[in-house]
Design a binder for this molecule. Sequence first.
Ligand code: HEC
Ligand code: HEC
Length: 286
Amino acid sequence: MRKSVVVSILLLVFGLTLGQKVPDPPSAYPPGELGELVKLGEELVMKTDTHPLTRAYVGNKLQCTSCHLDGGKTKNKFATFIGTAAAFPAYSPREKAVITLEDRILNCFMRSMNGTRPPVGSKPSVAIAAYITWLSSGLPIEQNPTKPIGRYNAPWPDPAIAKLVKSGQVDLKRGGELYAQKCAACHGKDGQGVGTFPPLWGPNSYNSGAGMANVIKGASWLKYNMPLGNANLSDQEAVDIMAFVNSQPRPAFKLTEHLPDPAKLGEYNSNVPEQIIPAPTWPPKK
Ligand code: HEC
Ligand code: HEC
């Protein structure tokens, strides 16, 4: 069969899972040391920026659970960890390589967490991988040949959102107004967070290399997750608000600044040796 036919069939199979509900997370931890490690991984996902095992690798005030709600046990599409492990090893277009679940987790430290990639095989890496794998208990392995994303997150990014952004239907001004009405009470007028509600831009948020910093991906996430507990934005609102949020200043991303000392790196499994994404400017340049 021609390669394009194979790819179309694979995309169709993933497409058919669209309407599927996210299954429940497992109800019991595994016994023994494995169970202890799974529990540790869950704690690290909940307290990533403050826990002694992970805080040195985090450069902002976020936790994995800031975006993967309920520590990834959420049944919201997008960003549940249920079913994620069953998709790996998977092809990553960003790294132009097949990557493992551990690679995927560690890369989040460089981008979403604006920090440093922990060593492969280190305790935080193995613990978080154990936790995320446990959340796929009993689910069939279905390696993803196109994206490092679990089946219950499909379709990702959201096709309706992608269409709006690609056709240029984006209104930054309206996004700012909607932000003030629907988001500022929890995230602050200045986007710096309020109490335990996390910052959306500025030095303590995700950097410009994060998935969330991409308007299509960010708006796809918003559609299913915010406002917290009442995700009700229209596609157009999600796009306008996310374009506004991502036009605000945040740390720029230079890949090589987020890799650890070479002796601690192991093998960085990527065919993209450098990537530089400048920080946005405000007001945006025309
Ligand atoms: C600022 C929001 C944010 C934070 C914080 C964050 N992530 Fe993510 N994560 C995302 C988005 C968005 C994606 C999808 C990305 C893409 O397509 O590029 C993703 C994807 C993933 C995936 C892949 C697949 C899947 O099915 O969900 C894993 C695994 C993952 N993140 C783990 C983590 C871990 C572990 C942490 C904490 C160390 C973390 N993330 C912190 C936003 C975030
Ligand atoms: C009721 C309070 C509340 C409202 C309203 C709300 N959020 Fe959130 N938001 C949260 C909390 C809390 C988290 C972190 C999730 C967690 O820790 O469980 C979060 C996480 C986020 C994140 C990912 C983490 C980060 O800091 O980047 C983004 C992006 C986000 N919200 C955007 C928005 C936008 C845009 C709106 C308006 C449409 C909005 N939120 C409305 C409470 C809220």
